[in-house]
Ligand binder design. Structure first.
Ligand code: UD1
Ligand code: UDP
Length: 369
């Protein structure tokens, strides 16, 4: 039997982690029917932003690494497009699989659609309705070049229907007759799978001296926060103020590290980016999560923690609608008031929003069908 061949594009930290779920499902259930070629664009390259996830999550070594590194949007994306196009011409896959909304996603979408390789977009349909975010442009372009679109939430599905995608069309599916599936979130698959493993293996809390102690987990890396000094300082000042009440653990993204070189507060533990198992451990035991990350917003919900979202809007609207998360933007007062409220009155209700933890299998079966 001929195997279906897919080329998976990864590049940024969250994509490497997401790809673990699909690679795992291929290995466990579809190895006889699907061949996966992994292409790492090299968008993230520090060991703690890339290699650590391969070592820890059992992701196969990439077949190709384009080593594009950091650059402006145009330069970085152009280098990726050139490299991905050549690989697609050589490998002739049945599908290219793209995750999320980074420049690696955009490059894959442009390269593949121009040479008629059908695109599978995982995490399709999400919209912040804020086109000043580079990610919003990347999402829209990728969705509108895709053949199979897998939306993690109902809101994602509805957004696509509003943009003209059909809810109930018949195959054959093509770029001009794309198919949208609402199938749940592949990161929920991962969180369920790795939660127990993190309990056994991660020892970060002991190393930080925080086992059994209360703390808040914070992450910050959105360019709208790091690259606008007044926003960055409002957020860091709010962390400093809140840390008078409770320890804050802040694994710092390299983008933020470069902009917040002089940041120091006694009870804010700034640490290097952590591994995924360490991150799960931090999320599971935190009293509160403060973040501008898309992935961390969701994981705080998976682990039933309140979340203060350091953005004006989110594409994960359902989390906010449940009351488990609140948008505070970079507003010093809102950050402090909302955080203190959540610390005193943690939300109790976390209805299922993200599927059943088997999104990867659904996606692979749909591709084969
Ligand atoms: C990218 C994605 C963003 C995603 C994030 C996940 C785009 C446009 N943005 O943002 O959607 O949420 O990844 O983390 O694709 N750097 C290092 N070492 C690394 C990687 C980056 O030092 O391994 C530094 C460089 O100074 C670089 C900066 O971080 O210029 C930004 O990296 P880049 O990949 O361009 O964007 P992110 O902010 O990481
Ligand atoms: N993450 C991690 N270590 C860290 C910070 C984040 O493993 O130090 C994980 C996090 O658990 C989530 C993903 O990285 O699964 C989110 O990536 P990021 O915040 O970089 O990007 P976004 O989701 O906003 O695109």
């Amino acid at each position: 039997m001929n195997k279906m061949k897919i080329v998976t594009i990864i590049g940024a930290r969250p994509q490497i982690i997401k790809a673990a779920a699909l690679s795992r499902a291929i290995k466990e259930r579809y190895a006889d029917r699907i061949q996966e070629i992994i292409v790492h664009t090299g968008q993230h390259y520090d060991d703690n932003m890339s290699q650590v996830f391969f070592d820890e999550l059992g992701i196969p070594k990439p077949d190709y690494n384009l080593h594009v590194g950091s650059a402006s949007h145009g330069v970085q994306t152009a280098k990726m497009i050139e490299g991905i196009e050549q690989i697609l011409l050589d490998e002739k896959p049945d599908y290219i699989v793209l995750y999320g909304d980074t420049n690696s996603t955009l490059a894959g979408a442009v390269a593949a659609s121009k040479i008629h390789v059908p695109i599978v977009h995982i995490e399709a349909g999400l919209r912040s309705f804020n086109k000043s975010m580079p990610e919003e442009i990347n999402r829209i372009v990728c969705d509108h070049c895709s053949t199979l679109l897998f939306t993690p939430t109902r809101a994602g599905f509805d957004n696509l229907v509003k943009e003209g995608f059909k809810a109930n069309n018949e195959g054959p599916y093509t770029i001009d007759n794309p198919k949208v599936y609402h199938c749940g979130d592949i990161m929920y698959d991962n969180s369920l799978h790795f939660s127990a493993i993190a309990d056994q293996k991660a020892d970060l809390l002991s190393r930080l001296g925080l086992k059994g102690k209360p703390y808040v987990l914070a992450t910050l890396h959105r360019d709208s926060n790091t690259d606008q000094p007044e926003r960055l300082h409002a957020i860091l000042d709010a962390f400093t103020e809140l840390s008078k009440d409770i320890t804050i653990v802040l694994p710092m993204h390299p983008r933020t590290r470069k902009k917040a070189t002089d940041f120091h507060a006694d009870n804010v533990r700034v640490i290097e980016p952590v591994s995924f198992l360490e991150m799960i451990q931090l999320e599971k035991h935190a009293r509160l999560v403060m973040t501008d990350s898309g992935g961390v917003q969701k994981e705080s919900y998976f682990f039933k923690k309140p979340c203060v979202i350091l953005r004006p809007e989110t594409e994960w609207v359902e989390i906010v609608q449940t009351g488990a998360a609140t948008l505070v933007d970079a507003d010093y007062d809102k950050i402090i008031v909302t955080s203190r409220h959540y610390l005193q009155h943690p939300p109790m209700d976390f209805p299922d929003i993200f599927g059943d933890g088997h999104a990867a299998e659904f996606m692979l079966q749909s591709m084969l069908d």
